[in-house]
Design a binder for this molecule. Structure first.
Ligand code: FEO
Length: 166
């Protein structure tokens, strides 16, 4: 298959974003584990695995269409955080950046009439709706339940229950 240099670059750039997201969530998981937030730790460990799966989807797709994926170095993620809430907010910001990046690849695919890449990206467009919604819903919990120790413990349990669904 013929793939444009533009598309190839955009897909390789997305591999970087997904790999960095996986690393960031791994660092968040580790921070949560050390802070005693077991539910949140499980949630972010599974979230990290999920991002690696996303990265692999891009790697396989690029290779399938003859674009040859480049496996990147990942940047060092933030390893210390102010609170559980600040982690969730950082994760939501990250997902919003990923959504923008996916949309810009969709626009490249549309412009180039690259139907294969456009169709491949459909899954990610839907996934990003779910990802953003997920973190927005968790953030809402801080408003609904509160931020004292008992509330945070409750939110940690909720995050733990979400880990298995990832
Ligand atoms: Fe793969 Fe959550 O973006």
């Amino acid at each position: 298959m013929n793939i444009s240099q533009n598309t190839k670059k955009a897909l390789n750039d997305q591999i970087v974003l997904e790999a960095n997201a996986s690393n960031s969530y791994l660092a968040m998981a580790s921070w949560c584990e050390n802070a005693g937030y077991c539910g949140a730790a499980n949630f972010f460990y599974s979230q990290s695995d999920e991002e690696r799966t996303h990265m692999l989807k891009f790697v396989h797709y690029l290779n399938d269409i003859g674009g040859s994926a480049t496996i990147p170095a990942t940047k060092s993620p933030a390893n210390s955080f102010k609170s559980l809430e600040s982690i969730i907010r950082a994760a939501l910001n990250n997902e919003q950046l990923v959504t923008k990046a996916i949309y810009s690849i969709v626009e490249i695919a549309q412009k180039e009439k690259d139907h294969s890449t456009h169709t491949f990206l459909d899954w990610f467009v839907n996934e990003q709706v779910e990802e953003e919604k997920k973190f927005e819903t968790i953030l809402q919990k801080f408003e609904l339940i509160g931020r004292d120790k008992i509330a945070i413990h409750e939110i940690d349990k909720i995050l733990g229950s979400m880990a298995s669904k990832n």
